[in-house]
Design a protein around this ligand. Structure first.
Ligand code: GLN
Length: 454
C-alpha cells in the first residue's frame, strides 16, 4: 500500500478517537496527505530509507514550519513556527509524513498531562487514568495506534514515564545525541529529544534519523554514524544486569514489582546475570532536579514577554504592565510555580545554598552511575513506582506528582541514555514499564537488550 493510504488510515483513526483521547493538538489532513503523495513519488522512484512515507506524530514542543507549535501553553497558542526544529528537519529529509502535533504538559512541566492548556490526554488502557507526562499525547497516540511512531522529549522522565504508563517503548538518548535546535527549551542541560514506538525494533530503525552533529546546538556531540537497526540481534548470554538497591525498596506498587521481577527472570533465563549495585545518592535526585530544572526554566522562559511573539494581554497601561499581564495570562499555575522557584534559588543569598549545592550533588549522582557501570553493562528497574494514576489523584500535591519521576530523573542529571519497555500489566489491567539505563552513547546496546526481551 502507498504512504497516502497508510496516512489516510491513521488520520481516520485520529478522527475517530482523538475527541475521547485528546492526543493531538493540531492535525492538518490535507497537508499530511500531500506530504504522503510526495513520499509516494520518491518510493516509486525506488528511493529507500526506513522512514520514507511513514507518518509520524510530533510532540508540540518541536518547532514545525507553518504549523501551530504551542508547547501545550496559552502563551504560544497563536505561534506558527517560522522554521523547523532539527528533529523535524531530519524527519522531513527522511521523507516521513507529519501526522500532527501532540498534546503535552505545558512547557513539558508535569507527569500527567494535566497541565496542558489544551486539556488532558486520556490513557487508552483506562480513560479515567492519566497517560503520564509530559509527552502524554505522543505516548497515548502510539498506544492507541493513532500513530506508528512519535517524537517526544525527556527532561526528567517525560519519555520513559508516559511510555511506561501507556504500555509502549520509549527511548531517551544520551544528552547531546539529538540536537535541541528548535526544541522549545525547558531545562537546557537536561532536555533531550527522543522517540516512542510499540517496540524497541521500531525505535532502533528510526533513531538514526534523529542523531548526529548539529552546529546550531552548542551541546550537540559529534559521533560516528551508527546503524542501530543492524545491531539489534545480540545474544543476552553473559550480559551483566545491575539492579540498583535503591530502585527496589519499599514504596513500589506490588503489581509493578511483580511484573519487573518476572521480566528479570526472563533475562536470566536467556543467559543474563543479575548483580546488585548501589546508587547511594539516588534519593537526592528529585530535590536536585527541582532546584536545577526550575532555575534553568526561569531563565529560558523569560523570553516570553508578549513583545516579539506569543500571547499578549489585551489591556495594559505601560510596557511593564503589558509584560506582567501577558505572562500572568499566558502561563498556567505549574509553570508559574517553576519560574518562581527558579528565580528564588538563583537569587542572591540563596544561590550558594540551593543552586550551587544542587550542582555539586548532581556530580555525585553522575559518579554513582559511572561507578555502577564498572560492575554491569546495563541497569534495570521499574520505570515508575506505580502504574498510571487517576486524574486529580496527585494534582493537589506537587511533591506527590514529582515523586512519580523518582527513578527516571537521575538519568537526565547524569546525561545517560534510558529506555522504558512494556513488561506486562498490574492487577488492574494497567501497563508496567521496565527501565533500562546504559553508559553514555550505549543506545545500540540498550536497544538490543530491550529487543532481546521483546
Ligand atoms: N515530570 C518532570 C517535570 O515535571 C519531568 C518532565 C520532563 O521530563 N519534561 O519536570
Amino acid at each position: 500500500f502507498s504512504s497516502e493510504e497508510l496516512t489516510q488510515a491513521y488520520l481516520q483513526r485520529i478522527e475517530q478517537y482523538n475527541t475521547r483521547l485528546g492526543c493531538f493538538i493540531t492535525v492538518d489532513p490535507e497537508r499530511s496527505l500531500s506530504q504522503a503523495r510526495a513520499a509516494d513519488i520518491r518510493l516509486a522512484r525506488g528511493e529507500g530509507g526506513p522512514l520514507l512515507g511513514i507518518p509520524v506524530a510530533h510532540k508540540d514542543i518541536f518547532c514545525t514550519e507553518g504549523w501551530l507549535t504551542t508547547c501545550g501553553s496559552r502563551m504560544l497558542s497563536n505561534f506558527v513556527a517560522p522554521y523547523d526544529a532539527h528533529v523535524i528537519q531530519r524527519f522531513k529529509e527522511a521523507g516521513s509524513v507529519i501526522l500532527g502535533k501532540t498534546n503535552m504538559d505545558e512547557f513539558a512541566m508535569g507527569s500527567s498531562n494535566e497541565t496542558s492548556f489544551y486539556g488532558p490526554v486520556h490513557n487508552p488502557w483506562q480513560l479515567t487514568h492519566v497517560p503520564g507526562g509530559s509527552s502524554g499525547g505522543s505516548a497515548a497516540a502510539v498506544a492507541a495506534r493513532l500513530a506508528p511512531l512519535a517524537t517526544a522529549t525527556d527532561t526528567g522522565g517525560s519519555i520513559r514515564q508516559p511510555a511506561a504508563f501507556c504500555g509502549i517503548s520509549g527511548l531517551k538518548p544520551t544528552y547531546g545525541r539529538v540536537s535541541r535546535y528548535g526544541m522549545i527549551a525547558f531545562a537546557s542541560s537536561l532536555d533531550q529529544g527522543g522517540l516512542m514506538a510499540p517496540s524497541a525494533a521500531d525505535l532502533a530503525w528510526s533513531l538514526g534519523t534523529l542523531t548526529g552533529f548539529d552546529e546550531r546546538d552548542a551541546t550537540s556531540v559529534a559521533r560516528p554514524e551508527e546503524d542501530f537497526g543492524a545491531q539489534l540481534e545480540h545474544s543476552l548470554e553473559g550480559l551483566r544486569i545491575g539492579l540498583p538497591r535503591q530502585y527496589f525498596g519499599s514504596g513500589i506498587a506490588p503489581g509493578v514489582a511483580q511484573a519487573v521481577e518476572e521480566a528479570l527472570r526472563v533475562y536470566e533465563s536467556r543467559g543474563a546475570r543479575l548483580v546488585e549495585v548501589d546508587l547511594p545518592h539516588s534519593e537526592l535526585s528529585v530535590p536536585v532536579y527541582y532546584v536545577l530544572a526550575p532555575a534553568e526554566a526561569s531563565s529560558n522562559l523569560s523570553r516570553y514577554d508578549g513583545v516579539r511573539y506569543g500571547w499578549r494581554a489585551s489591556q495594559y497601561g505601560d510596557l511593564n504592565e503589558m509584560i506582567a499581564r501577558s505572562r500572568a495570562e499566558g502561563f498556567g499555575a505549574e509553570v508559574k510555580l517553576r519560574i518562581l522557584t527558579g528565580a528564588y534559588v538563583l537569587s542572591q543569598g540563596y544561590y550558594d545554598a540551593y543552586y550551587l549545592q544542587a550542582q555539586r550533588v548532581r556530580r555525585l549522582i553522575q559518579q554513582d552511575f559511572l561507578q555502577a557501570f564498572e560492575q554491569c553493562d546495563v541497569l534495570m528497574g521499574p520505570t515508575t513506582p506505580s502504574t498510571a494514576f487517576r486524574f486529580g489523584d496527585k494534582g493537589s500535591d506537587p511533591v506527590q506528582m514529582y515523586l512519580s519521576d523518582i527513578f527516571t530523573i537521575g538519568v537526565n542529571l547524569a546525561g545517560l541514555p534510558g529506555m522504558s519497555i512494556p513488561v506486562g500489566f498490574d492487577g488492574q489491567g494497567l501497563p508496567v514499564g521496565l527501565q533500562l539505563i546504559g553508559p553514555h552513547f550505549s543506545e545500540a546496546r540498550l536497544l538490543a537488550v530491550a529487543h532481546g526481551y521483546q
